[in-house]
Design a protein around this ligand. Sequence first.
Ligand SMILES: NC(=O)c1ccc[n+]([C@@H]2O[C@H](COP(=O)([O-])OP(=O)(O)OC[C@H]3O[C@@H](n4cnc5c(N)ncnc54)[C@H](O)[C@@H]3O)[C@@H](O)[C@H]2O)c1
Length: 352
Amino acid sequence: MIRRDVLKSLGLAAAGTASGVTLTKAEAQELNDALNLALENFGLPWAEPDPEVPGRMNIARVPDDYFMPGRFAGKNVLVTGSARGMGADAARRLAREGANVVGVDILGDLGEETAESIRSEGLNMVFMQGDISQDSVCEEMVRLCVSEYGSLDAAINNAGVMDALHPDEPIDYVNQKNRLMAKIHEAGDEYWLRVMEVNATGTFYSLRHELRQMLAQGKGGSIVNIASVTGIRGFGGTPPYTASKHAVQALTKNAAIDYAPYGIRVNSTGMGTTLTPMYERAVEIITQRRATGYKDSGISLAKSRSLLELSDENDRGSTSAEQVAIMLFLLSPEASNITGATYNTDGGFTIY
Ligand SMILES: NC(=O)c1ccc[n+]([C@@H]2O[C@H](COP(=O)([O-])OP(=O)(O)OC[C@H]3O[C@@H](n4cnc5c(N)ncnc54)[C@H](O)[C@@H]3O)[C@@H](O)[C@H]2O)c1
């Protein structure tokens, strides 16, 4: 079928729909074939730059080491999940922009290593090991910020998990099934409870202590909660992750309403695929699961790539620096008119 035929078929379908005519099986098949061909010839992704698409180019990313000097000068900022991934990059950029940073993470050695590397640039950061699903840890992290730096001005509640494994536990799918991502009818209690406990309850505890401190100080504040695209839409095969990230979005809106009168803004980011250790581990789990012969309908992962991934020659996901840029914008005074919002930092994932 050539391009003219494709367009003719699409015209046929449009006419059929508009006049309420039901397509025959053969016409439906023809339409399906035409659409597939249309996608194949003119659709995405491009393996190579396509000379028939003039002007096509990749979107340039924000550089990994980009920062705005002085934006957070003298501000005391808490970051949970600061040992690695986006939390580590947020802590580093905040410190480079002048903040005094308190980092918290369940990974003690790596957390201390990250903090030491930030301090080695002559910047200010203290680290505390702890599990944010414990109320006492969240109380302590705020207390540490106040005792070290005098107050708490802002916080990024970033720590999160996608399964019930310890964040650096080696993946062994066969023996960990009960703790790893699974559809509801297969999901284990431990999987459900741990993901909810860290992502939803941990964010609640973090907010509770941060807000108490900010209210006591009486000088406002700013908080960013890290959610996910799974906080605003369904995402197959990950029930507690999706439920807990919806909870993070709900807590964000709830807190925005209750604390706006006290000068405190609360926002969230909803990212899609971002290249961090969490993402690498997710790919490893899916790979191991497939190797066991696990059969899936395929619908869970039918839509797994963002608009920008599909548009990019190298099929890229978001970088951590791209996420941190938006977290820090929302945290900064420049976002003074934004509260209760979710920034979908998802490369267009949720709009197509
Ligand atoms: N990477 C992605 O594709 C992606 C997509 C959407 C949302 N997110 C969210 O972004 C946030 C950061 O994720 P990341 O990709 O940098 O992951 P990551 O696993 O690389 O980093 C998360 C950090 O949180 C820490 N942590 C986990 N549980 C903790 C606990 N109970 N107490 C204290 N610290 C804990 C981990 O040790 C780790 O250092 C998470 O909330 C995650 O759900 C990530």
